[in-house]
Design a protein around this ligand. Structure first.
Ligand SMILES: Cc1cc2nc3c(=O)[nH]c(=O)nc-3n(C[C@H](O)[C@H](O)[C@H](O)COP(=O)(O)O)c2cc1C
Length: 259
């Protein structure tokens, strides 16, 4: 069943079906999974936030040996804290007692590591991936223009309408509207997460009215009925057929991927 009234996003991404496998940093979105989703006509997404640049390069190479279809690489573009201006004393004291009982050397506060994003981003550019998505912020102007210069399609994640507007202004090609139902990483970057808890369908509807870009729904979409409902939201809010269309990003954890 074709869920969308236009094919703007399908064309942009070069895919056949409006299904995007959600990127999952930390290992679940393996190259094999990414390639399998892309080979099935959807868009596979590599959650690369915890990979080193070399690991990213290897993973991207592996995807390319398994599939000739478009795929997406996802990174965390913000939220990295290098703040060492805190008092680790009370925690070290508590841990020290445990270490002593276990016969371990006294604990030391770790030095915050530098933000891995700049080096990871170079790996994305060097590999000339077809699609780049990000969460927890917005790449700076220079990074955006380097992506565009290489013809890489850009998807940005919003958990509120205001975040979606900022992403549009920054020049992304489509918005991932991530509702409060979304599992694991939620990419809030403007306000507190507590004040950015918008249910998926409500966020999709409001975002589609606020921006002129394709909107990708994500969060709590478990089967074909959920996907259909999310797809109808933008049209419903505009009391007509949406020219943008709304697409569904569903997580690979779903047992059914019905479109
Ligand atoms: C284990 C896990 C890891 C995730 N890691 C990322 C990530 O690295 N980047 C990202 O943009 N979203 C990440 N997400 C969010 C998903 O891409 C997706 O938006 C979300 O899971 C959709 O909601 P659902 O779990 O209700 O299907 C992760 C989700 C899970 C469950």
């Amino acid at each position: 069943m074709r869920l969308v009234s236009g094919n703007q996003l399908l064309k942009l991404l070069g895919i056949e079906n409006p299904i995007i496998q959600g990127p999952m940093g930390g290992g679940p979105s393996t190259p094999e999974l990414v390639a399998a989703v892309s080979n099935a006509g959807g868009l596979g997404s590599l959650g690369a936030a915890y990979l080193t640049p070399d690991q990213m390069t290897d993973a991207i190479r592996r995807i390319r040996t398994l599939s000739s279809r478009p795929f997406n690489v996802n990174l965390f573009v913000g939220g990295w804290s290098t703040n060492s201006d805190f008092d680790a004393g009370p925690m070290l004291e508590l841990l020290g007692e445990i270490h002593q009982k276990l016969g371990l050397p006294p604990p030391v506060a770790p030095t915050p590591a530098p933000d891995p994003f700049p080096a990871q981003f170079e790996a994305v550019l060097d590999a000339r991936v077809p699609i780049f998505s990000f969460t927890f912020g917005i790449p700076d102007r220079d990074a955006m223009s380097r992506l565009k210069g290489r013809g890489i399609a850009i998807l940005g994640t919003a958990t509120t309408v205001e975040e979606a507007r900022r992403l549009e202004q920054a020049g992304v090609n489509a918005i991932v509207a991530q509702g409060l139902e979304a599992g694991a990483h939620r990419g809030t970057f403007l306000d507190s997460s507590e004040s950015s808890m918008v249910p998926t369908l409500e966020l999709v509807r409001a975002t589609a009215s606020a921006v002129s870009l394709p909107v990708i729904a994500t969060g709590g979409l478990m089967d074909g009925r959920d996907i259909t409902q999310a797809s109808l939201e933008p049209a419903r809010c505009r009391r007509g057929i949406s020219s943008r269309g709304c697409y569904s990003e569903i997580n690979a954890r779903c047992s059914r991927m019905v479109a």
